[in-house]
Ligand binder design. Sequence first.
Ligand code: COA
Length: 337
Amino acid sequence: MVNNPTVQTPKRRAILAGTGSFVPEKILTNEDLTKIVDTSDEWITARTGIKTRHVVSEGETTATLSAEAARRALKDAGMRPEELNMIIIGTITPEMVFPSTACFVQDMIGAKNAWAFDLSAACSGFVYGLSIAQQFVSSGLYKNALVIGAETLTRITNYRDRGSCILFGDGAGAVILKSASEGPQGVMYSTSFSDGSGWTALNCPAYGSRNPVGKSLADPSMVYMSIDGRAVYQTAVRRIVELVNECLKKCDLDVEDIAMFIPHQMNARIIESVGKRLKFTNDRIFINIDKYGNTSAASIPIALDECRRLGKLKSGDIVLLVAFGGGLTWGANVIQL
Ligand code: COA
């Protein structure tokens, strides 16, 4: 599959000015799930690496999680909300059909000078969003962009399907890109792909224009996410390996130059298998799926923020973000911090 990005050498750079994340307090453990479906802690841990997930409570929504992650990113960047020029939220669990979640968040945090929109690319929503923001910020058109990945997946999880309900959790992560003429290289390279013919592997078919409210559904579970786990697993490993190789080649980097590989937290076995194939040492692969489960678009920005907060990254380090998900969609960003 051919795409058309090149490594950019713009006059200005899109540097990472701050990160933040937020997950709901309520926790759903593997033990809790054994009371809902026929499963076990041993099976879930061995097949996915997941131990717990955070779950929204009454009053918590995709916008409230996003707003809190955004406030933390603004604090980290030492920036006022009025300084933001654009807000992009990658999500498949928006606040409403419309207006966008991003418009709610713009209002909640007081970012009155930013235009705001949502982006639907499932688990690739954040890396797609970062690649869009990179263009506006590195061109110098905008000074500051806020990119969020946020989900309340437990609202569309089928707790009768043991093959999928063990996977998903809720949360939000945020990154601020700032236009700069010097300093680290910031977002060095972004690449994005889609293959709509693979839509059946991961979807939530109701309610949209194909299955509108009021139309009787062929199956009541169409209001929930449906996944073909095995098909996703195999394709994801192949695509992620391709993405990493493309990023290394285009940026003229070796695996050893990547301080941290931060993949979408889809399944610890997928991540480990990819890591082995690419020869990343374990200390340079970030995995936190044990705590949060798969949070789709939120997983990479939550992981990036946690990684920074744990002191695992320093200024000048290069991180590689890689995602794969429904659409099908996949993409990556290379960032020098
Ligand atoms: N507890 C116990 N047994 C379970 C189970 C559960 N929660 N879920 C499925 N099983 C059973 C199946 O019924 C099957 O039994 P059978 O062999 O008697 O038919 C067996 O375990 C194997 O099922 P399978 O689906 O082949 O397991 P798997 O090793 O592929 O793991 C996933 C399933 C979902 C964990 C894995 O495929 C995966 O992570 N896929 C990608 C995840 C994904 O799509 N994420 C969303 C997009 S990012």
